[in-house]
Every structure is written in structure tokens, then in C-alpha cells.
Design a protein around this ligand. Sequence first.
Ligand SMILES: *Cc1c(COP(=O)(O)O)cnc(C)c1O
Length: 385
Amino acid sequence: MRFSHRMDGLPPYLFAEIERKVFEKRKAGVDVISLGIGDPDMPTPAHIVAEMQRQVAYPANHQYPNNRGLDEFRQAVADFYQIRFGVGLDPEKEVFPLLGAKEGIAHICFNFLDAGDVCLGADPGYPVYAGGPVLAGGAAVPLPLRPELGFQPDLAAIPEDVTARAKMLFVNYPNNPTGAVIENDFFEHLVEFGRRHGVCIIHDNAYSEITFDGYIAPSFLETPGARDVGIEFYSLSKTYNMTGWRIGAAVGNARVIEALWRLKTNIDSGMFQALQRTAAFAMSSSQQCVRDMNDIYRRRRDLVVGALAGIGIKVTPPKGTIYIWAPVPDGYSSASFAEMVLEKCAVVVPPGSGYGPSGEGFVRISLTAPDERIAEALERIKENL
Ligand SMILES: *Cc1c(COP(=O)(O)O)cnc(C)c1O
């Protein structure tokens, strides 16, 4: 057999490696606490599960769905965007279902990139911002996010020859892994950048509903002109603890949505209709479940920030996401600290460098474990420092 060269530039997926190590330790009987993957530990809210059970029973939901998505689903996304963000979307042309945001991030690269083309992606960032472009045959160029700039990229610092070859750009706020939120006019600058250089701006909006302390996250599409230059990926995964269900949506620029639709008709056969109907139900029902979940994450956030302070690691409590982005103690690299924590404490924290070169010097602590497990993990780390 002769495999494609396309795969050669593709790094092993960060969590695949971590999962392998954890699996081995657990098999050996070690009590591993994983604060690794950002996968909510709490169940999908009961009213959503009950609706899915109802929908699964209807034979009309069992056949091949249309890639375009049910009117009911697209309308529910449009309604959600209107109510939540004040953004009016045409459900016919500006909303499109995705089998999770991850799928959209990977596939949209095939819409834009030919050999030699560049995709700019937040660094540190969601690993698919780099893997997707490589798979599509383009190049991924990291856009460094620095703490002193509020973890926003300096667009003016991108070299001209890179900008000239760039056709797309990925960013994400509230941000995984840093927990940063947008608090100034960065989205306006992005629109201007996209317009001036003909770059499609893709905002990954996986965490807009996971926020604390009264902070309310915007949609990129609230920014004037955003729809002319780009799209946003919305995901139900984190909002409703539905990571395993695989559902999200692309919203925004109609030409981009059309291109993505055309691509995906050749790849998948749409989304289970029972799931589309249940998602529509989740988005149009009471959002109290989200507020309740945020209370739990906020409590865990404060627990982690407090425990880190106790071992001399200062972090500003993030206003959103399910992560704490913590600098590693002196004398450690990201990888050596993550390694020490795994080997000596049996605690999984992914090294920041796994999210891109600018993640060096940090680890990401995920708030997706019960309070007592989080507390124990930090206690173990304290004892081993
Ligand atoms: C979790 C996450 C996603 C994946 O969302 P799915 O809809 O489950 O595919 C995308 N982007 C970021 C930044 C995430 O953290």
C-alpha cells in the first residue's frame, strides 16, 4: 500500500496521544484525574434527552436527510441568533447544519485552499485550525495570541507576503484555550482586514453561552460588515452538554454557505433528522439549563484559580469557556510540566504547546470534572511541586 503525502504534514491529534497515555495508566490501575479534553462531564439536560427519545420514534426521521437541513432546524438557528445576538439571518441562505463545528472547520478549508495558499489560525488555538488547512493541501500559518495583547492577534504584524497568500483566517472568542474574551473593537479590525485582503474570516463561536460574572459574549456577525467577509460556526456541544451528539451550524455569508453545502453533498448525507428537530427544540426552549451549568463552571473556575494562587501560580479568572490557561512554574516547559503532572500526580493537563508554538509556557486546565476531583488534582500537584 502507498499512503498519500497529504497525511505526512499532519501532526498526531493532541488528544489522541493523551487518551492513549491515560488508557495505559488506567489499565495499570492508576486513578487518573483528567482535566484534559474539554468534554462536559454533566449530562445533556433531561428535557432535551426526552425530546430526542420522542423524535427517534418517528419513522419519518429515519430516512436520508437532505444536506441542506430541515427548515425547522435552520429557522430555529435564525430565531436563536435574532433573540440572543440581535442578528437577523435568512434561514434559506445564511444557515447551514454541521456535524459539529469541528467538521465545518476541517471541511471549509477545501473550499478555499489550493497548493501554496495560506490559512491564518489563532495560536494557541483549536488544533483543527492547523490540521484542516494541511489536509486541504494549503499551509497553516499561526497567528500568535499574546497575553499582553489580551490574547488577540496583531493583524498589522502579519508579513505582507503571508497576507498576500492568505485566503482564510480562524479565530475564536470566548477563546479555547486561553479563556480570553473580546472586549474591544477587534472584530471591527477583523472585518476591515478581511475586506482589504480578500480573506474569509471564520469565527468559531463554540463558547458564546459559557460565560461568567455577567459577561455576555457577542456573535462576530453583530459586527457591521461581518457577513460580507465571513461566517461563524455555532455549536451545541458545549452549550447543552451535547458533545457526543455532533451538531452545530455555519451562519453568515451566503456565498460561503453555498460553497460549503456543495462540498458537503459530496462528503456526508446530512444530519439525522431526529437530531435536527431536537436541536431546534433545545435552542427554542428555556435556557435555564445553560445558566445552571455556568454556575457550576464558575464555582469550579474559582476553585482552580484559588488553588493555583496557593501554589504561586497567578491567573486572572476567565470570563468565559471551560478552561483555565495557567503559566507553568519556573524551570518547566509546557511539556515537561504536563509530563511531571501526569507521571507524579496522575493528573492530565494538556501542554499549551500542543495548541501551537505560542502556547509554550502554559498548560490548559479543563473544568469538566466534579469539584472534588478538581480539588484533589490540584492538591496532588501542590504536593509534588
Ligand atoms: C469544542 C470545540 C469545537 C468543537 O465543536 P463540535 O461542535 O463539538 O465539533 C470547536 N471549536 C472549539 C474552539 C472548541 O473548543
